[in-house]
Design a protein around this ligand. Structure first.
Ligand code: FRU
Length: 449
């Protein structure tokens, strides 16, 4: 019997989930908000913010909807945004989306993109909503697509980033500065020339390893054999210099798999930077059969970021190590086993290798290309193949949940994430060309309050 309810990943109890929002640690708890439409599994009803909280990233409580699309400023959706601790409250900055009825294209007419603020003492109850900016406050050469505020404090200043599409169809991030986090002045427009996609969603600015980084989700990049293989992309630029004057370096994708978008970072109390993404892809043509069961989509594991020689590396947050159960089981090259999900597999492959799961999904290397390939249409819900370049000995850390796989290859320099839908929660595992070791994992603890 299929059992696709995740046991290591945050899902909506029912309905639809997309982007993670408002990631933070506040008053002793991690808060993970997300784009949530409880009444539909297809994401077509107006979204609000759902809320999970946890003291340790392992025990999670779902508290319901924190923000609803219930004012004239956000009636078509309380869209993505962030949370910033400020004294005794959390400030939630987000986009109020309004679509006016009529013959509109919703890019040049018919849409309001309001930058809104609501305060909450606990991530659950919120005070009145305030409008901080409207379309008339954004640069005149922006289309009506301006959204997804990410706010942080640095030195004496507050900064706010918004993702946008210009009237010339170029993706850009608007950087604003403020003294109080309420009144904002445009500091700069970050926009590569020539244009890098027609729209940027969900910008995030963070500091790591003495450097500033800008994460964005560009839409409209050309697709290649190993680059930009998804409908929309998600990746980061380094910034040489500071926010207001620094120059953007080359773009690197966060994840080479089928299902990854709209990630956001947060700082842990001990100074680590974690990244959480939506394990999904907007407007993709693959299927997620949980929709027929009443819910769709999940978030990725929280991933620790570190700076490596070629860019940023990701690994599952170390808190997850506590879920390992029993001694690791050796899977020598050439062997096949059947194992219950969830599990974690580690492997070092000197050369070409192939790892086959559930008789239909393969992670392999040959001819300098790493590939994640579905050989079974039902198992992948229409997902086919994703590739990345890779040379030298390869390390792999794979976390397999009931309906997802996250492959952290090459010390986390190359990650592939995908949903998969095995018919049975015990799956076969066979490995060629390398020895692997596998450990079963205990489920996380999820409570609906
Ligand atoms: C990204 C996105 C955001 C928007 C939100 C709406 O997936 O399109 O730009 O705020 O989803 O749910």
């Amino acid at each position: 019997m299929a059992d696709w309810r995740q046991v290591l990943h945050l899902e909506p109890p029912q309905g639809w989930l997309n982007d993670p929002n408002g990631l933070c640690f506040f008053h002793g708890l991690y808060h993970v908000f997300f784009q949530y439409a409880p009444d539909s599994t297809d994401g077509r009803t107006p979204k609000g913010w759902g809320h999970w909280q946890s003291p340790d990233l392992l025990h999670w409580t779902f508290t319901g909807s924190t923000l609803l699309p219930d004012t004239p400023w956000d009636c078509s959706g309380a869209y993505s945004g962030c949370a910033v601790p400020c004294g005794d409250v959390l400030r939630l900055y987000y986009t109020g989306n309004v679509k006016h009825p009529g013959p509109h294209d919703y890019t040049h007419t018919g849409r309001d993109s309001n930058t809104l603020l609501a305060e909450t003492p606990d991530g659950i109850r919120t005070g009145p909503k305030r409008r901080l900016m409207a379309n008339a406050d954004y640069p005149a050469d922006c289309s009506l697509h301006v959204r997804d505020p990410k706010v942080w404090r640095e030195a004496q200043a507050w900064y706010l980033l918004l993702g946008a599409r210009s009237l010339q169809d170029a993706g850009r991030a608007l950087l604003y500065r403020s003294r109080d986090g309420l009144a904002w002045t445009l500091a700069r427009v970050l926009e590569p020339r020539p244009a890098f996609g027609y729209m940027w969603e969900c910008p995030d600015g963070f500091r790591l390893d003495g450097r500033r980084w800008l994460s964005v989700c560009p839409q409209g990049l050309p697709h290649g054999e190993t680059e930009n293989q998804n409908r929309y992309q998600s990746g980061y630029f380094g910034l040489d210099g500071d926010w207001e004057t620094g120059t953007l370096t080359a773009f690197a994708e966060w994840d080479k798999g089928f299902d990854f978008y709209a990630p956001q970072t947060l700082r842990t109390p001990d100074g680590r930077t974690l990244l959480i993404g939506w394990m999904g892809m907007p407007d993709a043509d693959y299927r997620n059969p949980t929709a027929a069961l009443g819910w769709q989509h999940c978030l990725t594991l929280p991933r620790e970021l570190t700076a490596g020689p070629g860019g940023l590396c990701q690994r599952p947050a170390r808190e997850l190590d506590a879920l390992a159960e029993g001694a690791p089981l050796d899977l020598p090259a050439g062997s096949t086993h059947t194992l219950p999900l969830p599990f974690r597999l580690r492997m070092t492959a000197p050369g070409d290798f192939a790892l086959t799961l559930a008789d239909g999904v393969q992670f392999e290397r040959s001819g300098g290309l790493l590939a994640l390939r579905f050989r079974d249409e039902a198992l992948g819900g229409g997902r086919t193949i994703r590739r990345a370049r890779c040379g030298g000995p390869l390390t792999l850390d794979l976390v397999a949940d009931r309906s997802s796989l996250e492959f952290y290859a090459d010390g986390g320099a190359t990650v592939f994430s995908t949903r998969f839908y095995p018919a049975d929660p015990r799956i076969s595992l066979s490995v060629q060309g390398a020895d692997a070791a596998v450990q079963t994992l205990r489920p996380m603890h999820f409570v609906l309050s």
